[in-house]
Design a protein around this ligand. Structure first.
Ligand SMILES: Nc1ncnc2c1ncn2[C@@H]1O[C@H](COP(=O)(O)OP(=O)(O)OP(=O)(O)O)[C@@H](O)[C@H]1O
Length: 386
């Protein structure tokens, strides 16, 4: 949909901010521009809505050179979100969001109705409508920024480090919300960040740029993690890229054992029967099948299991939606080294050892090196969960 064709930006002082950049930004997906400070990400984004004009090269929107469109028409088709939201401080939240519809000549009530609808879509409580930006938290202000950019329903959203100024927990919430909005609305989003984790989480495609405004690699995140194009990209991805890559492989294929799982009202025979298995621990569940904790079998007395003496089971994982990374994390954090799998209602479906997870990881890496990356469907499913 957006094609950047050999674009260079030279600022009047001679700085080459972007150097012969070519990118095909796919329709209805999130393309992330990532790279170190000063590598030309913002300049690239601003050339797409002509806040900055290229020195050379062309940018096409639906095969039409953006230079041939009046700037106002172009910008109306592109929502723009920046760090710290850039809200109008003297306008209420509702009127901030209604700004563009009002500019487009919509009536006041219709614009406000649209603004209310968008508040709900971006997860903002309607009670905030009459407040002013300074009465909102940073995360809430960013949500208003996103709602405002969506107000006129533009097909394209340009986002420049929109979530950089908020704390990690709020940031994760905003990222999850953006993925959900993208899924619901199918916008074409170009997203700038300097945070590779954010890029990997959000991007359908990720463009890694290097200082001097040159493209280092343009690939889906799983491929970036499995096959960095060169030492610069590898270095930028960081030391734990092998672990992070596991986010793209589902935990669904792990073989779960049910033998080492007993209910809190288990009989002496059931507990004793466990001696024949290789697992040194038993996971005790409540009568409803929810995990309570681990114990060595010899410490359990049938009819008198003391739940407060059990070892904590840590955080369980859900095989159907979680990734191998999540399963590994559960096993690493578990005092027994075994991870607990549960269904979406929190009932135990089995347990799995670090060793079994390690074997699955070896299999996943081998699969990734054969094909370049895991299949597209699995990758997308794992994005939020991983
Ligand atoms: N108006 C300008 N005049 C001269 N040089 C500029 C101008 N705007 C940006 N630059 C330079 O162009 C280069 C790219 O800047 P840009 O803001 O696009 O980078 P960035 O990757 O977005 O950086 P950051 O992550 O720090 O925001 C930098 O060296 C910057 O100093």
């Amino acid at each position: 949909m957006i094609r950047i064709d050999s674009v260079t930006k030279r600022y009047p002082d001679g700085t080459v901010a972007v150097d012969r950049l070519s990118l095909e930004i796919p329709d209805r997906s999130i393309t992330v521009l990532v790279g170190p400070s000063g590598c030309g990400k913002t300049t690239t984004l601003r050339m797409i809505n002509r806040m900055v004009e290229p020195s050379e090269g062309t940018i096409l929107l639906d095969d039409v050179d953006i230079q041939q469109q009046p700037v106002n028409t172009l910008r109306r088709s592109m929502g723009y979100v920046i760090q710290n939201a850039g809200l109008f401080q003297h306008r209420t939240i509702l009127d901030n969001i209604a700004t563009v519809p009002r500019m487009l000549g919509w009536g006041k009530e219709k614009s406000r109705d649209r603004a209310r609808e968008l508040m709900e879509r971006v997860g903002l409580d309607g009670a905030l409508a009459k407040r002013y930006p300074y009465q909102l938290s940073g995360g809430q202000q960013q949500r208003v920024g996103v709602a405002r950019a969506l107000a006129a329903d533009p097909p394209v959203l340009l986002m420049d480090e929109p979530f950089s100024a908020v704390d990690p927990v709020v940031r994760k919430g905003l990222q999850d919300e953006l993925l959900r909005i993208q899924e619901e609305l199918g916008k074409t989003i170009v997203f700038v960040t300097h945070d590779i984790d954010e890029a990997v989480k959000l991007g359908t495609m990720v463009a890694v740029m290097r200082t001097g405004g040159r493209l280092a690699q343009f690939a889906p995140p799983a491929e970036l993690l499995s096959h960095p194009a060169d030492a610069f990209v590898e270095d930028f991805l960081g030391a734990d890229r092998g672990i992070r890559r596991l986010s793209f492989f589902p935990a669904a294929g792990l073989e779960l054992l049910t033998e080492p799982v007993v209910a809190v009202d288990a009989t002496a025979e059931r507990i004793a029967a466990h001696d024949s298995t290789d697992v040194p621990y038993l996971l005790v569940t409540d009568p409803d099948g929810k995990p309570l904790g681990w114990s060595e079998p010899r410490d359990l007395t049938a009819g008198d299991i003391k739940t407060e003496e059990l070892l904590p089971y840590g955080r369980p994982f859900v095989p159907g939606t979680d990734s191998l990374r999540a399963a590994l994390d559960c096993a690493v954090l578990s005092p027994t080294g075994w991870a607990v799998a549960v269904d979406t209602d929190g009932r135990v479906t089995g347990v799995v050892s670090q060793q079994t997870i390690a074997e699955a990881i070896r299999g996943a890496h081998a699969e990734g090196s054969d094909t370049g990356a895991p299949d597209e469907g699995g990758r997308t499913d794992m994005k939020v969960a991983g």
